[in-house]
Design a binder for this molecule. Sequence first.
Ligand code: FEO
Length: 403
Amino acid sequence: MSLNELAKGIHWVGAVDWDVRDFHGYSTMAGTTYNAFLIIDEKITLVDTVKKSHYHDMMHRIWEIIDPKKIDYLVVNHVELDHAGSLAEVVKAIEPEKIICSPMGKTAILEHFHQEHWPFEVVKSGDEISLGQRTLSFLETRMLHWPDSMFTYAKEDGILFSSDAFGQHLATPERFDDEANMSEVMEQASKYYANILYLYSPLIRKLLAKVAELNLDIKMIAPDHGVIWRSHFDQIIKAYDDWSQYKGGKKALVIYDTMWHSTEKMAKAVAHGIEKEGVHAELINLKVHHRSDVMTKVLAARALVLGCPTLNNGLLPRMAGFLMYMRGLKPQNKIAAAFGSYGWSGESVKLMNEAMKEMRLNVIEEGNRVKYVPTHDDLGECVEMGQRIGKAVKENIAQEGLA
Ligand code: FEO
């Protein structure tokens, strides 16, 4: 078999995007891949396509295996344009007998490409299509990541084509998990979950239960981004199980922005107090960390302590932006508190608390405010605040039986 074959006759024909650094606001400093798969059977089938910019990469890979015009079926698991951006060109080039998609997929394809005459074959959960030697079955996975999303399962080979689920924005020369650096793969998988799927955690729990109920004999999970899970798919399923149950780690994050360093001094004192209680605290200055990297840390944190001074009766823009971003991703089950310096009006702590309460984070106190520059006594109060947070973290861990 070639380096890009998943099983005899099933080829990866996707594209590696080494250069992409932004994915709708998520920093993709490790690039990504757009995975597509070619199944050679009596009915030759292409599962998923690639971003428009990488159309020629995919077509060249297909050409090396067969004439693309020989492709009979095209499966569209998800219509977002990082996968379906090249769909119009692909349909024109291969003229498929069937475009297989979910009911919501057909709607989304029509709303993107406006081609009523395309040969749609709409499939629902449990439907099967024979390719000859192989059978494809389908499972709708609404909102993972869009309403149209679905999984395609190649039964005889035990390969689950999972679209966005279990993906990683990671450009690598390796196609399989057991060839790649697993710590990097898991780091990127957690970043992907935190920034793309976190808000859908209740649906992911249901999906994992549904997949378990179907008792599929999964030998490989092939997402549309990053490496294919061939040897460690138990590890990524366990991670999704934990993340979707909002299981936090053991540490606290002190996430802050600062104007003239007063809030920074408070942040260091709060972190010191947390550590005095034997709990690790990580200081995160929003000036130097991208919001999507901070969200990855949030996924693995037990407590979030936000610090920001007041600017024009509000928050500094980076903190306001981070709160807006985090609110959309709906983290749950976190201890929370806020602090910040001010000059005269001093609304920042109240605003951060309100935002975190609205997110249903567990805000445990009203928080600390300091006028202009903190004194040693002020910093002592911040240390005490940190100690209260550290104690709350320990109690929370003990209740979960993780101590
Ligand atoms: Fe990779 Fe939701 O697109």
